[in-house]
Design a protein around this ligand. Structure first.
Ligand code: SAM
Length: 254
């Protein structure tokens, strides 16, 4: 099954503890620091659109790009329920997307960049982000760190669970990390409770690629970015050796 084809059904339930408002707070802090007030923002790898909608509610006109029709269908539902009209969702690949014009900022949350697993993908994606950013616009993304791949994912297995309003959901998560290729496979088995109380199982495999700070910085500089910063949290703390998520910001030089 393609990545997120099945997982889209329970993605929001399994990520119920993600503080998307804190992500939005970080983005606005970076905008202020950079002295920009973007009107139009691209959410690259927008998934089910929770963050896209949070930013739209803060007054930004939003474009959400994602490769998964299933994730976007959840995003459309969310947009419809909120009655928001300042959101446009496009099904496109992060390495070959096309926009109608430039945007003031590009954000990409929850390790979308780690899903760029092919050689050259990072450069292709960053070059497009640069191409579609206004001069001095900012690019903000977060990635799982090499520490997390090695010590948290590793070859470990664990269970994620949620017992929310939409019924219970359990996800068995098995990892296989190959340090030589820097690729980590996730084997997911999800058991989700339906409205009739019965559980359905579905399985999905995903792959993420581990990028070092040097690789990310080099790819950003090669694409034409400057002022590259790495933070260890949404409140811009400095990262340390055990940081599991880097928040990376870069400025578009044109
Ligand atoms: C972990 S989810 C993050 C979703 C969302 N940004 C969030 O914060 O909830 C990763 C998303 O990246 C998308 N994705 C992965 N590789 C992609 C690619 N090459 N092009 C477009 N979307 C991609 C997936 O479809 C998925 O929705």
């Amino acid at each position: 099954m393609k990545a997120y084809e099945a997982l889209s059904r329970v993605y929001d339930r399994l990520n119920a503890d993600v503080d998307y408002e804190a992500f939005a707070d970080l983005y606005e802090a970076v905008f202020r620091q950079a002295g920009i007030a973007p009107e139009l923002v691209l959410d690259l790898g927008c998934g089910t659109g929770t963050l896209t909608l949070a930013l739209a509610k803060r007054g930004y006109d939003m474009i959400g790009v994602d490769g998964s029709a299933e994730m976007l269908s959840q995003a459309y539902q969310r947009k419809y329920e909120a009655g928001a009209d300042n959101l446009l969702f496009l099904q496109q690949d992060m390495c070959s997307f096309e926009l109608y014009g430039t945007v003031g900022a590009v954000v990409s949350s929850l390790d979308c960049v780690n899903y760029l697993t092919g050689d050259g993908d990072l450069g292709r994606c960053f070059a497009l982000v640069h191409n579609y950013l206004d001069p001095d616009g900012v690019f903000i993304f977060d990635v799982n760190t090499p520490y997390k791949f090695k010590h948290v994912y590793g070859d470990n297995a664990y269970i994620l669970e949620d017992e929310g309003e939409d019924g219970a959901c359990y996800c068995g998560w098995q990892n296989e990390y190959d340090e030589k290729t820097a690729l980590c496979s996730f084997y997911l088995s999800v058991f989700a409770e339906g409205e009739d109380g019965r559980y359905r199982r579905f399985d999905e495999e995903q792959t993420e690629r581990c990028y070092t700070a040097e690789e990310l910085t080099a790819a950003l500089m090669a694409a034409g970015f400057g002022d590259v910063h790495f933070y260890g949290s949404t409140t811009m703390d400095a990262p340390d050796e055990e940081t599991e998520r880097w928040f990376v910001t870069a400025r578009c030089k044109k």
